[in-house]
Write a protein that binds this ligand. Sequence first.
Ligand code: ZN
Length: 671
Amino acid sequence: MVKVNDVVGEIQGFVRLKCQKEIGRLTYEFPRNADFYVSFRELTKYSLKLSDYLYDNFEEFSQDCVSALKDEARGISWNDTLRKNDRDPPEVVVRVVEVTRERKKPIRSLRSVDLYKFVSVEGIVRKVSEIRSEVVSATYFCRGCNRTIKIDQRHNDALVKPERCPECGVGKSYLVEKKSKHEYNDIQRLVIQETPEGLGGGQQPKQMDVRLEGGLVGDITAGNRVVVNGVVVPIQTQKKGKVNAATIDGNTIEKEEDDYSDLTVSIDEETEFKALSKLPNLVDLIVDSISPSIYGHRDVKLGFSCALFGGVAKDLGDGTRIRGDSHILACGDAGIAKSKMMKTVSNICPRSVYASGKSSSGVGLTATVVRDEMDGRWTLEAGAAVLADGGVLILDELDKMNEDDRSAMHQVMEDQEITINKAGVNATLKTRCGVIAACNPKTGRFSDYDALSDQLDLPPSLISRFDLVYAIRDIPETKMDENIANHILSRGNEIKTDNLLSPDTLRKYIAYSKRINPVMDEATGKLLGEYYVSIREKSKERVTITPRQLEGLVRLSESFARMRLSETVTPVDVNNAIRLFDGCMRNVAFDSDSNSFDIDKLVTKNSGKGRELSRVIGDLINSQEGGMKRDYVIATLNTRGITPESVNKMVDKMLNESVLYEPKRGLLRVM
Ligand SMILES: [Zn+2]
C-alpha cells in the first residue's frame, strides 16, 4: 500500500512536470470547459505506482489532481469566474485518456471487487437511451437552521430526500425542496456488450450498463465500438435492498475505428502469414480449413471464403458508395449440415455475428426502439446487422425472417446502413458487413425443374442482392455417399487436420488481410468486362447478367487478391472469380437454350418457363400408351419433388399451347 503523503507529492510532481500543456489549455478555456485531461500513458511512464493508485482510488486521485492543478495554474481565477450569474464556477473534472491496452478488462470479469474502482472496458454499444436532463444534485432549504443543503443524486434512480438535516439534525418535514436550485445535467445511458472477436465459440456476450454525463452524451450510437473508462458504481434502487446492480460512471469514452488496426500481430506471425500467402495451393488450403468436419461442398466453402476476406469498398466521390462486402446465399435441402457449416464459419470469422431468422425477431435483425424496463425511456437497441458492422453477419434461416426484418434487409445489404425513425429517436446506423445467409427450399427439397426463385420463400429483389447463390442438393450418389460415410465414421477418431489451418490462425490471417486494399488495373478490369459482354451477347432478348453481377465479380476478384495478401488484383484472381461465379450461376440459373445461365431465372418469379418441366411431363405421359391421367402425372412428379401447383400450371399451359390435348376429361396425351 502506498503512503498517502507520497502520493500527494507524486501527483503534484506529475501535474507540475507533465501537464503544463494541458494547464495552458485549461487556463484559456476555463470556465467554458472544466475538463482536465490526464494521459494514462504519460502517468504510467512517470510512475507505475501512481497509475495503480488511480485505478484503485480514482476519487482520491481526482481530488489530489485538482488541488495540484489549482496550486499550479495560477492564471485561472477559480472562484470569481461566474459570480455574476449567481452560480458556482464549474468543478474541474479529471478525465483519463490514452489508457493502455493491458489495462483493459473483459466485461465478463467485472466483479464486486471492482466496485468504486476505475476500469477500462471494450465493447459494442447495444443500446442507447434518449438524452435526458437529470438532477445531479438536489437542494433543500432547512427551516430549522436556515441553511441550504445539497444532496448528490447521481447514482439514485429516484430523487432521495435526506431523513434529517445533516447540519442541525431536525427531521425531514423541516426540509423544503428548492427545485430551481437543483443542478441538472444531460445524461444518457448505454448498454455495451462484449465484442464478438473477444468471445470463444458459442459464448453468449455479456453486457454492462454505462452512464454518461455532460459533454459525453450524444456522441455515441448503437453499433459503435467503444472503450469506456470510468468507475464502477452500484445503482441505488428505490427498494433499499442489499443487492445492487452496477453501472460504469463514464469518465471518458473513445470510439474505435473499424479498420482492424487494433489487431496485434507478432513478428513471427507476420512471417508465417507472408509465407502462407505465397503457397501455390493457398486457396485450396483455406477452403479445406473451413468446416473440415463437413465433407465436400467445396464450392460453397470457397464462396464463404470470399465473403470472409471481402472486397474493397469504393467511394465514388458524389456520395455514392459501392460496398466491398460480398453477400452469399446458400439454399439447401434439409438434410445438409448447413447450420453447422454456418456456425463453424462464424468461428473463423473475425467480427462475425451469428443470428437465425427464426429467433432474431425478438432482438431484431436491424434495430428497434424499445422502452427501457428500468427507467421507461426510449432506447435504441442494435440488432445483429448493426453489431456485425465491420465484420460478417451470419444469418441462418433467412426465409424465416419476419416481414419488418425482411424489408429492412434490402437496405442493410445494399446501402449498408439503416435509418430509424420512431418515438422521436432518429438515427442512421451502419451495417457495413458481408452477409452469409442460408435458407431452405419451400418444400424442403429442391426440384430440378422449377426456377430457383419459385422454390424459395424470398422476394426475388432480395435474392438479387447476393453475389453468389448456391443450391445445395442432397443428391444420392454411391461414390459420394461412401465418402461421406467414411468421413463421418472417421469423425471422433481423427480428422486429418494436421495440414490444415487452425481456426485461430485462419481468423487472424483474415483479419490481417483486411489491411490490404487490392487495386485492379485497367488491363485486368478489361478481362471482367469481356466476360460480361460475352454473357450479355449470348442472349439478345433476356437479361442474362446485370451490372449488379459485374460489381459482384469485382468484389470476388478483390477477395481472391486479398487471400494472397496482394496489393494488386491479377488476371489469375479475375479468372478465379469468373470460374466461381459462372459455376455457381450455371447451377442455379441454367438456360439450356443458350447453354449458359440467365439471371432472370434466379431473380424473377415464374420466369423459368419450365422448359425442363414441360419435357419431363411430355416424357412421362408418352411413357404410357394411350395417355395418362392428370392426377397420376401430378402424383408421380410430386414424388420427384415437383409441386402439384407447378405441374398443374404447366399442364394448363401445354394444353393451351396444344402441346397436349385431352381426349377425355382428366386424361392427357401428347399431340
Ligand atoms: Zn438544519
